[in-house]
Design a protein around this ligand. Structure first.
Ligand SMILES: [Zn+2]
Length: 410
């Protein structure tokens, strides 16, 4: 089997958009067919199954539903013919007749390679397409290192998206404090300190092993009861590269697997804020440039940014996730053409040259168009959510599109 391919943020964005369209479709009966194909299932296996469903569906009472379901299944079987084995992440098919009003339906068909491997085969026929598993795949999966520690025990783990995986649990050999006086108390104290030092060193090494080579690691959070966790951080037991990634420490009652769950629970707000902080910083950088004399290295608004992109002058393109616009190529009956950006295809203007109606020749999501331009000049693309004040500012004040420039463009 080939290695599963990783999707870029932009690919995920396109996928999410496709999904929005798929989810709007509604069948007049239970006649929209969804099929999930895992990467290791031979296609003939799937088509055999679908042939079974095809014969079953001849029992459906409603004539129109029966006809539609059978057509959908037939269409999927035909579309799957181009593969012997599914692509690395498997396949997802959505095919059926969607309701378009006025007693009419139209057949739609989507065959997608999902952003992560399909886990298990699924066939479903309903009045809506079944898309839940794909949302799960699209969810951001930031990776954080976890450590819960006190003098008796430590547990190292990872947080990936919402999943917590414990990696190592270690019990220490640090002797418990006892009541002793004089010489033996001092001797005990020395032994105790030595044992704690050895234990911390060991945990530091295990953390290095677990975290250092994970490039996607966004940060490390640390928990435990009392001061031990803070001592561990302050006295430099982390590898210096990891020390830079320590985000914060939190009190937890436990230092085992339960402690890892407690830690993540206590750190939720901090982790959510981190993402927003990155977006805020980007928009703030933009604002700083705008405030400079003659606009500094900033561009905003559709036309200005498009021009800068075409010149290859954009370092970082910022696009709001809240942006919903289409870039259309339109043509009138007399052959006059132009490109237009619209929020809604239904409100097309008339041709300014001859006054005839415009017809749409081609359409593209505007975010897609801009990221296409960005790809040509090695420009970083940042999708900014509308969840922060800064994100909202980008959407409302700058039309959802702005850029930090490499050099000034008039
Ligand atoms: Zn015209």
């Amino acid at each position: 089997m080939q290695a599963a391919t990783k999707m870029s943020n932009m690919d995920k964005y396109r996928f999410r958009r496709a999904l929005e369209e798929i989810e709007r479709a509604e069948g007049r009966g239970t006649e929209l067919v969804s099929v999930y194909v895992p990467p290791d299932r031979p296609i003939f296996d799937i088509t055999n199954y679908l042939r079974g469903e095809y014969s079953q569906s001849s029992n459906i009472k409603s004539a129109s539903t029966r006809k539609h379901v059978m057509q959908a299944i037939e269409s999927i079987i035909n579309r799957l013919k181009q593969w012997r084995m599914p692509p690395p992440n498997g396949l997802v098919c959505f095919v059926g007749h969607k309701d378009v009003g006025a007693d009419q339906t139209t057949m739609v068909a989507y065959v997608l390679e999902p952003p992560e491997p399909v886990v298990s085969f699924l066939y479903r026929c309903d009045s809506r397409f079944y898309t839940e598993p794909l949302h799960e795949m699209l969810a951001e999966k930031d990776v954080y290192g976890l450590l819960v520690i006190d003098q008796g025990e430590a547990t190292i783990g990872l947080l990936e998206g919402k999943r917590i995986s414990p990696l190592k649990n270690v019990q220490s050999l640090v002797p418990r404090k006892t009541r002793m006086g004089g010489q033996s108390a001092r001797r005990f104290q020395r032994l105790h300190e030595q044992a704690v030092h050895e234990f911390f060193k060991k945990i530091g090494d295990l953390a290095t092993e677990a975290f250092l080579n994970r490039r996607e690691l966004k940060g490390i959070i640390i928990g435990g009861p009392g001061y031990t966790k803070d001592t561990f951080v302050k006295e430099g037991y982390f590898h210096h590269e990891l020390a830079k990634k320590v985000l914060d420490t939190f009190d937890t009652g436990y230092t085992d697997e339960t402690g890892l769950r407690e830690l993540v629970g206590n750190a939720t707000d901090v982790l959510r804020d981190l993402d927003l902080m990155r977006e805020k910083a980007l928009v703030q950088r933009l604002m700083e440039e705008i405030r400079k004399e003659e606009g500094g290295l900033a561009a905003y608004g559709e036309d200005h940014v498009r021009r800068a992109l075409e010149l290859g002058a954009v370092d970082t393109l910022m696009v709001s996730e809240g942006l919903r616009k289409l870039r259309l190529k339109v043509r009138c009956a007399n052959g006059h053409e132009e490109e237009k950006t619209v929020a809604d295809e239904a409100t097309l203007p008339k041709c300014p040259t001859c006054g005839a109606e415009y017809a749409v020749v081609s359409r593209r999501d505007i975010v897609d168009e801009f990221s296409g331009l960005a790809d040509r000049s090695n420009t970083k693309v940042e999708l900014i959510s509308a969840d922060s004040d800064e994100g909202e500012l980008l959407l409302k004040a700058f039309g959802g599109i702005a850029a930090i420039l490499r050099y000034r463009v008039a």
